[in-house]
Design a protein around this ligand. Structure first.
Ligand SMILES: Nc1ncnc2c1ncn2[C@@H]1O[C@H](COP(=O)(O)OP(=O)(O)O)[C@@H](O)[C@H]1O
Ligand SMILES: [Mg+2]
Length: 347
């Protein structure tokens, strides 16, 4: 046995509407994980929130076997319950490959903090901030980064407050375009707000930003940050909603993603610097994908920050890193090394 192997816990699935995306991410990830470096325990988190160990993300969970994290920090591990008895499996690091609610919003990060197990990605505060688009805008505006003109609305008072159409209506805390719509006239506003309320009771309206949609993959801790090549989303119509489509592996219906983004060098530099500023302002650690708009006059406006971006075969973060020379295998190794490095950090 190689005693230097990292005992890695991978959590996937999850109780959010992005469950399916997470399962695809975990499948891709499992194919790229170097078995000589890691002893991996996979835990499938059902839509019901129940944790069940699996052999791999391609297999069904074993019947009658459940798992939970131990909060005994002197004995860091996964408690596996089977047939009335239990076993504690030691864990060195965890990869919460969970998107959206309970996975990317600080909840699972809190559970992992309580367990004392180092984990990949942002901590509680940064995860919670980035999950909420309104809080994200508040924090990054403080550091001088532009954000769309927006306002939070309540269900019983749907008013635009002077914002100009077209508007985007969004649940404040969702992802993968669930509940997002573009509205061109007042007549469609109420219906769009109702659709967004299906996903969150906090809804925001924001003015559409004219410009190119670009993304930056950021990796690192503190001041030591690296970035992938920027990508650009080209839209033939509508807005980016690849995870809502039926066959995203074969390409999107309305979007093409180009890496590296064919934008001028000066815009590229500005976007990368802005992405790093955003990452630091929000207290991110490990990784995040910073999505932005590049306006026709060369300014950068933040769209949103994803603290656990997808790792599917068509996902943007791994592609941007690959284009900068880091294969998915490298990305995984580095993210786990960063998690181990941050052990003992409070955020
Ligand atoms: N203010 C905006 N201006 C222009 N396009 C937008 C704006 N907000 C969202 N979009 C479009 O809608 C898509 C989904 O919105 P986004 O805020 O990224 O939500 P999600 O968290 O669901 O990905 C974006 O990728 C973009 O195409
Ligand atoms: Mg988005």
């Amino acid at each position: 046995m190689n005693t230097n192997k990292v005992r890695l816990l991978v959590l996937y699935g999850g109780a959010s509407e992005e469950h399916g995306v997470s399962v695809k991410s975990a499948r891709e990830f499992s194919r790229r994980l170097n078995p000589t470096r890691y002893d991996t325990i996979y835990v499938y988190v059902g839509r019901d929130g129940i944790w069940r160990p699996t052999e791999s993300p391609d297999s069904e969970p074993a019947q009658g076997t459940f798992a939970a994290l131990s909060t005994d920090r002197s004995n860091k591990g996964l408690i596996v319950l089977k047939g009335g008895s239990y076993q504690v499996m030691p864990v060195d690091a965890a990869f919460p490959m969970l998107h959206g609610k309970y996975g990317e919003d600080g909840v699972i990060q809190g559970v992992l903090e309580a367990s004392g197990i180092p984990y990949v990605g942002c901590g509680i505060a940064a995860s919670a901030l980035c999950m909420d688009k309104v809080l994200t805008y508040m924090v990054v505006s403080e550091s001088g980064v532009r954000v769309p003109r927006h306002r939070t609305i309540s269900a019983n008072a749907v008013t635009t407050g002077g914002l100009k159409y077209p508007l985007f209506v969004k649940p404040a805390r969702s992802g993968s375009s669930f509940g997002v719509s573009k509205v061109s006239e007042a007549a469609s506003l109420e219906a769009s707000v109702r659709a967004a309320l299906e996903y969150d009771d906090k809804v925001l309206l924001e003015e559409a930003v004219e410009g190119l949609e670009i993304g930056c993959a950021v990796m690192g801790n503190g001041s030591n940050l690296i970035t992938g090549e920027l990508d650009q989303i080209g839209l033939s119509g509508g807005f980016f909603r690849i995870h809502q489509e039926s066959k995203p592996e074969q390409g999107s219906e309305n979007a093409t993603i180009t890496v590296p983004a064919p934008i001028p060098e000066v815009a590229r530099t500005l976007a990368v610097e802005t992405a790093k500023t955003v990452f630091r302002a929000l207290g991110c650690r490990g990784l995040a994908r910073v999505d932005m708009f590049l306006t026709p006059d060369g300014r950068i406006v933040l769209n949103e920050v994803n603290t656990m971006p997808g790792f599917t075969s068509y996902s943007r973060y791994p592609r941007m890193m690959a284009c900068a020379g880091l294969s998915l295998d490298d990305v995984i190794d580095r993210l786990i090394a960063l998690a181990l490095e941050k052990e003992g950090c409070a955020l």
